[in-house]
Design a protein around this ligand. Structure first.
Ligand code: GCO
Ligand code: MN
Ligand code: MN
Length: 391
């Protein structure tokens, strides 16, 4: 394999949010360390590093209090920049967490006025996304949560959220936007606790909606890792349910604040299993990096960060191909999945099959005697990841 295998190309579908490469390094303890750069300049930066798409919240592009005329001027300039740089807008989203009016949440807030405002703001963000060509609309309920459960019953919050998502699906249908909604979970931060803490919570919720086919999930590496979970398992469950509409790639050490590190920088082995899963499964949606550069970087460093996210993805993709083609690995996989004896059918229930299964005598000693060389299998994986075992 040559180095050019790690160069991003449009078919890799790598996208970044305006808020990711445009992140100025502000944190709860310190002010911005990078100058603001305009959305138009971000688009050309993304083209320079080889990205395919740019995603945005409404307010990444249009100020909260812009007049309709200002809005239209900004949008047409941005559209031209995207066209000029060959960058597309696959996903749009709405900021329902920054403005103080959403301090008690948006769709789940106790004030019906705030809930209606959240709907109106989301509808306008959907108009914006549709105008830019987006077909995926992400909803991340950053403020949909509590510091104290004294303020509302959580089941009431779920009902409010359901009502809002149902309403927005109807809006998309009415306007003919063709959106797929991707719901993004996070256990906490900025709220003490956020409702719908994991991808699994959302998968349960989606089944209760009026238009469940229009709604899927947007799992984020950092968010499931914050909760101490195996991210790839959540992604696989979403995939198996036909619900993996989008994905937020970044990295994170468990038990910390939402670090949003460069993809693969903290847990490269977990990142490997994730990339291998997405590639083996045939996921064809955007590979979106919802991450930002270390606060120590200038904009040259931001480019290093963005290039690094894509490069690591492509390196891990190649490692997955090497893993799949490795003869010893394949032999082990075959041996571990081979059955230890002839069994009565368990794939369909019938009275006769059940009768046969009840009568069957299992050879427990044979099962116990079967080798499960997972140590060897994992070490072969490590050898590949560390570069000492190649094609
Ligand atoms: C976060 C979230 C956000 C969302 C984004 C899209 O933890 O800050 O991941 O970055 O993905 O707001 O709605
Ligand atoms: Mn995050
Ligand atoms: Mn995210």
């Amino acid at each position: 394999m040559t180095q050019s295998n790690y160069e991003p190309r449009p078919e890799h579908r790598f996208s970044f949010g305006l808020w990711t490469v445009g992140n100025r390094g502000r944190d709860p303890f310190g002010d911005a360390v990078r100058e603001a750069i305009s959305p138009v300049d971000i688009v050309s930066l993304l083209a320079e590093v080889g990205a395919w798409g740019v995603n945005l919240h409404d307010n990444d592009l249009i100020p909260f209090d812009a007049t309709p005329a200002e809005r239209n001027r900004i949008v047409s300039k941005f559209k031209k920049a995207c066209e000029h740089n060959g960058i597309i807008v696959p996903m749009a989203t709405v900021n329902l967490f920054f403005h103080p009016v959403f301090r008690d949440g948006a769709f789940t807030a106790n004030d019906a006025g705030v809930r209606a405002l959240a709907l109106q703001k989301t509808m306008r963000a959907m108009d914006l996304g549709a105008e830019l060509g987006a077909k995926i609309f992400v909803l991340w309920g950053g403020r949909e949560g509590v510091e104290t459960d004294a303020c509302r019953r959580p089941d009431e919050a779920i009902k409010r959220l359901r009502e809002a998502v149902n309403y927005l699906c109807e809006y998309s249908i009415d306007r003919g936007y063709g959106y797929k909604f991707a719901l993004e979970s996070k256990p906490n931060e900025p709220r003490g606790d956020i409702y719908m803490a994991t991808t699994g919570h959302y998968l349960g919720f989606i089944a209760t909606l009026d238009q469940p086919d229009m709604v899927g999930v947007n799992p984020e590496v950092a968010h499931e890792t914050m909760a101490g979970l195996n991210f790839m398992h959540g992604v696989a469950q979403a995939w198996e349910a036909g619900k993996l509409f989008h994905i937020d790639l970044n990295d994170q050490m468990p038990g910390r604040y939402d670090q949003d590190f460069r993809f693969g920088s903290a847990n490269p082995k977990s990142a490997f299993w994730l990339v291998k899963f997405l590639e083996d499964a045939g996921y064809s949606g955007p590979r979106h990096f919802d991450a930002h550069a270390y606060r120590t970087e200038n904009y040259e460093g931001v480019k290093d960060f963005a290039r690094g996210c894509m490069r690591t993805y492509l390196i891990l993709k190649e490692k997955g191909e090497i893993w799949n083609a490795d003869q010893e690995i394949q032999e082990i996989l075959e041996s571990i999945s081979a059955g230890s004896e002839d069994l009565p059918s368990t794939s369909d229930f019938s009275k006769a099959n059940a009768g046969n299964l009840l009568k069957h005598h299992f050879n427990i000693d044979k099962m116990l005697g079967k080798a499960l060389p997972y140590e060897r299998l994992d070490q072969l994986t490590i050898d590949i990841l560390l570069g000492v075992r190649q094609r």
